[in-house]
Design a binder for this molecule. Structure first.
Ligand SMILES: Cc1cc2nc3c(=O)[nH]c(=O)nc-3n(C[C@H](O)[C@H](O)[C@H](O)COP(=O)(O)O)c2cc1C
Length: 228
């Protein structure tokens, strides 16, 4: 594994400052059509590296990503994504995959290294691993990898927005076709696609969100939460 990455671009391409967290969260819209303007490599690297900093249960990092940039490949991916035009248009589409089994092999390395870095006790690594194996055996593997992989995808989406790019998260794809076309192993759960690039048209209108009173409870489910 590696240390915290450094040397990220400090500004948007062209020099505008990075967007603030408020701008990132309020200006992001799911983008429907993209220009063919490239995402410069250093920005794509930054988006991926920040995404890889996402948290996961036991730090098992079950996510894997296939970065699709080749025109032919994007067209193939578009076919597997119910022909959504944005998949073929965007210069970059990231296929986010959650590996349902691989973590059982990598857990040792992760726990040992975590302990060496001071984030655990080297003497109890084996015990910790057995505890994790037992605890996680109670979860539906597809659900478990989805939970973690989407945090990384969300992180990438917000980082891309901070750098001034536009994104489109997608669940509209045939997972079997995506797996087959892009050589993804059988145990790989195709969790989402994330298109990154530049919007061709002005953002669509803000579609609205539930007020907090509808989605937040106080202390116990259904107990009124008052938005201040
Ligand atoms: C996990 C996920 C999957 C989505 N899948 C698709 C999709 O396949 N096609 C699409 O056009 N939009 C898709 N969207 C975009 C949503 O429709 C959009 O985020 C939602 O309408 C809210 O709009 P906003 O993101 O601009 O606020 C998806 C969004 C998320 C978070």
């Amino acid at each position: 594994m590696q240390d915290k990455p450094t040397n990220f671009p400090a500004a948007q391409p062209g020099g505008a400052p990075l967007k603030s967290i408020t701008e990132v969260l309020l200006e992001r819209r799911a983008t429907n059509s993209f220009t063919d303007e490239e995402v410069p490599d250093e920005y794509l690297q930054a988006i991926l590296k920040f995404g890889a900093q996402a948290p996961s249960g036991y730090n098992l990092q079950p996510w894997r990503f296939v970065v699709v940039r080749g025109e032919e490949n994007r067209k193939r991916l578009q076919q597997a994504a119910f022909n959504q035009p944005k998949v073929g248009q965007a210069p970059v589409v990231i296929i986010a995959v959650g590996m349902k089994e691989e973590w059982k092999q990598t857990a040792d390395e992760i726990f040992r290294e975590g302990a060496e870095r001071g984030a655990g006790n080297p003497a109890t690594v084996e015990q910790y691993k057995q505890g994790a194996l037992q605890f996680l055996s109670g979860f539906d593997p597809a659900l478990w990898v989805n939970r973690h992989t989407m945090i990384a995808v969300t992180t990438m989406m917000l980082v891309a927005e901070a750098y001034g790019f536009d994104t489109a998260p997608m669940e509209g794809f045939d997972a079997v076709a995506v797996r087959r076309e892009f050589g993804i192993p059988e145990e790989g759960e195709v969790v989402a696609l994330l298109a990154v690039g530049r919007a061709k048209e002005p953002d669509k209108a803000y579609p609205g969100r539930f007020p907090l009173e509808r989605i937040v409870s106080s202390e116990s489910y259904g107990e009124a939460w008052k938005e201040k």
